[in-house]
Write a protein that binds this ligand. Structure first.
Ligand code: DSN
Length: 412
């Protein structure tokens, strides 16, 4: 980074500060990860200079013969990873990808069924403040109050009653495996399009640790930067019959030129995800999450659904008489990053919900294993217990900074 350092000391200072923050803290935000040095390099290459509206072999600008190869490489690798018939690697991020799916396959006002936000769904699955909820007629399924798991009988009941044109299976805060097959069956029963948003678990699917809906769903979207450990961005996968509509919705429907440097990074990241090392890594992500959930439950924390099958867990803080905001702020002071989270049937408002969401992808990328999960669970618990004690949190931060030195971050 010597050029930024020489040219722009003000901007460089922020880079250094962020590198130190990422290096010295424990990253438990379930949707974050550390990309490899190779992916980091890939997204900072000369591919950022290029405009490439269109698709491989059919572009509006000259000079795209190499970009065509890059995009094709990303597509072919994604097809292999997810057993997809067709892949569009141009979506800029998760919400735009989902927007393209809706615009490709629905008309404004069409009925859709998606998971409720405070039960683990995503804004773009029909929340009223989001374009999805504003433009389409969403009904929402929830989790069961006792088990904390998606109630598939309720999903079917709503589907039979509402007859949505599309059913969205996916989440951003749900720690159990989605019953993809049941979603498919319900969609078939009413002739709906089955759409899976696998953004959170794409890496675990690519690493062959959990079931893959792609071969039997009509359309699947995912971001590329969470468990999949690629650059920020997204892809859409679909059956051949929807390929034209999806491609047209992405470009020219919603986007202009794709970010070719990101496409290059996606190709490199997908190459990594195809390796046996990545499979081992994703197995460890899940093992670590299970240990962390168990340790927290031993310390009297309530985990929604009483455990996890994937990389994340939603912690209900009511047993500790704390809220998501105060705990997130306190842990941040101690050098532990988490995100606030609503819990199902949350009595508190979204800006100060009753829970936090924790995830293990980033810390597993740093090489932390089961033993480290136990230490981190203890620190989380201590931070929650001392959330009002600035001096305690400051001391904890020093201990955590020392601990983090043993676990290098790629690229730092
Ligand atoms: N913001 C992402 C997450 O944290 O899950 C979803 O878009």
């Amino acid at each position: 980074m010597s050029f930024i350092a020489k040219q722009d000391t003000k901007a460089y200072k922020f880079l250094e500060l962020e590198r130190v923050r990422q290096r010295d803290g424990i990253e438990l935000i379930a949707s974050e990860n550390y990309v490899s040095q190779a992916v980091l390099e890939a997204i900072g290459t000369v591919f950022t200079n290029k405009y490439s509206e269109g698709y491989p072999g059919k572009r509006y600008y000259a000079g795209n013969e190499i970009v065509d190869e890059v995009e094709t490489l990303a597509i072919e690798r994604a097809k292999e990873l997810f057993e997809a018939e067709h892949v569009n690697v141009q979506p800029l991020s998760g919400s735009p990808a989902n927007m393209a799916v809706y615009f490709a396959l629905l008309k404004p006002g069409d009925k859709v069924l998606g998971m409720k936000l405070d039960h683990g769904g995503h804004l773009s699955h029909g929340h009223p403040v989001n374009f999805s909820g504003m433009m389409f007629d969403f009904s929402q399924y929830m989790v069961d109050k006792d088990s904390g798991r998606v109630n598939m009988d309720e999903v079917r009941e709503i589907a039979l009653k509402e007859k949505p044109k599309m059913i969205v299976a996916g989440f951003s805060a749900y720690s159990r495996e989605m019953e993809w097959q049941r979603f498919r069956e319900i969609a078939d029963e009413i002739g709906a399009i089955a759409f899976a948003d696998i953004a959170h678990v794409a890496g675990l699917i690519a690493g062959k640790q959990i079931a893959n809906p792609t071969p039997f769903f009509d359309v699947v979207s995912t971001t590329t930067h969470k468990t999949l450990r690629g650059p920020r961005g997204a892809i859409i996968m679909c059956k051949k019959e929807y390929a034209k509509a999806i491609d047209k919705a992405v470009f020219p429907g919603l986007q202009g030129g794709p970010h070719d440097n990101t496409t290059y990074g996606k190709a490199v990241a997908f190459g990594e995800a195809l390796t046996a090392d990545f499979q081992e890594h994703t197995a460890q992500v899940i093992k670590n999450a299970k240990v962390m959930a168990e340790e927290l439950m031993k310390k009297e924390f309530k985990i929604v659904s009483d455990g996890t099958d994937n990389h994340l867990m939603v912690v209900d803080l009511r047993s500790k008489n704390k809220t998501g905001k105060e705990v997130t702020d306190a842990l941040d002071k101690a050098g532990i990053s988490v995100s606030m989270s609503t819990i199902p049937f949350d009595p508190n408002p979204p800006m100060n919900p009753s829970g936090i969401r924790l995830g293990t992808p980033a810390i597993t990328t740093r090489g932390m294993m089961e033993e480290e999960m136990k230490r981190i669970a203890q620190w989380v618990s201590d931070g929650v217990d001392h959330s009002d004690d600035e001096a305690y949190l400051e001391n904890l931060r020093k201990e955590i900074t020392e601990f983090c030195k043993e676990f290098p971050v790629p690229g730092i």
